[in-house]
Write a protein that binds this ligand. Sequence first.
Ligand code: FES
Length: 195
Amino acid sequence: MSPIFLDEIKFRSQELNSEAMDWYNERMAEGEEIKRQTLEILEPRSRERGKLITLLQDIQAKFGYLPREAMLEFANFLDIPESEVYSVATFYNQFRLVPPGKHQIKVCLGTACQTKRGRIILEAWQRELDIKVGETTADREFSLERVACVGCCAMAPVTVVNDKAEGKVSPTRVKGILLSFELEKQKDKGEEEPS
Ligand code: FES
């Protein structure tokens, strides 16, 4: 291998190392900030184990999900193993362990929606987004949740898309909703491009 080529590899590897270090430092700083904000929520509160779920709800309300650093801080605060916090967080559907997507899809599986084939609608969302309940797409555009009755039973089956209830949803409508987001995204991109 020629010395010039070796120099090039060395240069590229230094560049990559520096990018990796930047990325690592950013993640560390983010983690510290999450810990600080979690403590801000916890410190004024009592350390009773009975408050575990309420406190987790407060942490999730702050971050939109339960970051690992927050769960660690929480376990320290209550003086319990992190695995205990984790098992509560994974037991209840209401808790998310990954950040929510830009668009939040909530499929109602209350009684009326189940009767009107709500499960088929949930499957359609899972298929089209290629994720399961509680997950977020790799591009962080969509997250999928399952919820209980959202109070619009006459419109069953219902999916709440970014806080707006969509009624009488069918698998075709699922595709249509996703297509409208895609068109919106393309339009925004077109507007951003210089003329
Ligand atoms: S059961 Fe779905 S809106 Fe009531």
